[in-house]
Design a protein around this ligand. Structure first.
Ligand code: HMG
Ligand code: MG
Length: 305
């Protein structure tokens, strides 16, 4: 459990950040990215997803990546597993932590994993059982916690119900995903309030996409609500292939800057993070998506000019 000023950042760039990337990112680049993130101080780095390569081609190298990953002491490298097949492949590739992902919207569940919410939970039962048997931690994601790209606004109680299903089955943490990034502090707070009636606040994580530029505000509101775990993506990379128009997660650099300003102990070297942001952005052929990274890079350039 985190102390009041400790915060845990789950870096999702190598998975959520890259899954929607149109150009193929090599396994070598992904491995170097993961290494650089760990060197910058990140202690949880979601590294791949063991989903069907037909559905998400960018993640097709999941087994190779996990087998070649040089693990650093004290760093966890969770991977997404939608079903037992994915779990078994992840286990064989050396994963020691997995995440299952459900939605609070029926339409999104169908589009994303081709089954209803209830069917998805039933598919996770054998994953939870196998994980228990092998001593593997399971994180639970709930998507579309504010709104769905197909159905519109989602009732906070629907989010709480799915959170309950995952938490009761043994998920050690519930990551609440504003998949399409339409949430504002007030809609996010209403959702958190409903989930907190079921899941302890120190077992809830905020996973906010930044489509409408509200993600940093939503992290701030969640921090004030009591959350101490946030998912973010280096350089604000990402999006979901089954949520068209949604942009990346809130940038890790922006979250670290915000949290440092709130007096939190992130354990992350912001300068090293900005270097990594620049490095991956160069590889992808674009400018960093983080406002903080751009500002710090501009300041560095001005100082050396
Ligand atoms: P399906 O077609 O219903 O599955 O897909 P199926 O069981 O009928 O199998 C069809 C084929 O897929 C078979 O192969 C299976 O072997 C294979 P075939 O006989 O045709 O050659 N298959 C698999 N292959 C690799 N790994 C597996 C696997 N399972 C079956 N685990 C399935 C169902 C779940 C597989 C598919 O819908 C899928 O892979 N979906 C993944 C979608 C995805 O990754 N979305 C992005 C992640 S979610 C997200 O980003 C949101 C989040 O960030 C939070 C937020 O922002 O809110 C987490
Ligand atoms: Mg996401």
């Amino acid at each position: 459990m985190n102390t009041p000023h400790q915060v845990r950042i789950v870096e999702v760039g190598p998975r959520d950040g890259l899954q929607n990337e149109q150009q193929t990112v090599t396994t070598d680049t992904k491995l170097e990215l993961i290494d650089r993130l760990a060197d910058a101080g990140l202690r949880a780095i979601e590294s791949a997803s063991f989903v069907s390569p037909k559905w998400v081609p960018q993640m097709a190298d999941h087994a190779d990546l996990m087998q070649r990953l040089v693990r650093k002491l004290g760093v966890s490298y969770p991977v997404l597993t939608p079903n037992l097949k994915g779990f078994e492949a992840a286990l064989a590739a050396g994963a020691t932590e997995v995440a299952v992902f459900a939605a609070s919207s029926e339409s999104f569940s169908q589009k994303n994993i081709n089954c209803s919410i209830a069917e998805s939970i039933a598919r996770f039962d054998p994953v939870f059982a196998a994980a228990r048997e092998h001593g593997i931690k399971v994180r639970g994601y709930v998507s579309c916690v504010v709104a769905c790209p197909y159905e519109g606004p989602i009732a906070p109680q629907a989010v709480a119900d799915v959170s309950r299903a995952l938490y009761e089955r043994g998920a050690y943490e519930i990551s609440l995903g504003d998949t399409i990034g339409t949430g504002t502090p007030s809609s996010v707070e209403r959702m958190l309030d409903a989930v907190a009636r079921i899941v302890p606040v120190d077992r809830m994580a905020g996973h906010y996409h930044d489509t409408y530029g509200m993600a940093v505000a939503n992290v701030d509101a969640s921090w004030r609500f009591g959350l101490r775990t946030f998912d973010s993506s280096i350089s604000g990379l990402g999006g979901c292939p089954y949520a068209k128009g949604a942009t990346g997660n809130v940038a890790t650099e922006d979250v670290v800057y915000l949290l440092q300003g709130l007096g939190a102990d992130t354990g992350i070297d912001l300068d090293a993070l900005v270097d990594t942001s620049q490095w991956i952005s160069d590889r992808l052929g674009r400018a960093p998506g983080s406002r903080v990274a751009r500002a710090m890079l501009a300041k560095r350039a001005a100082m050396t000019a």
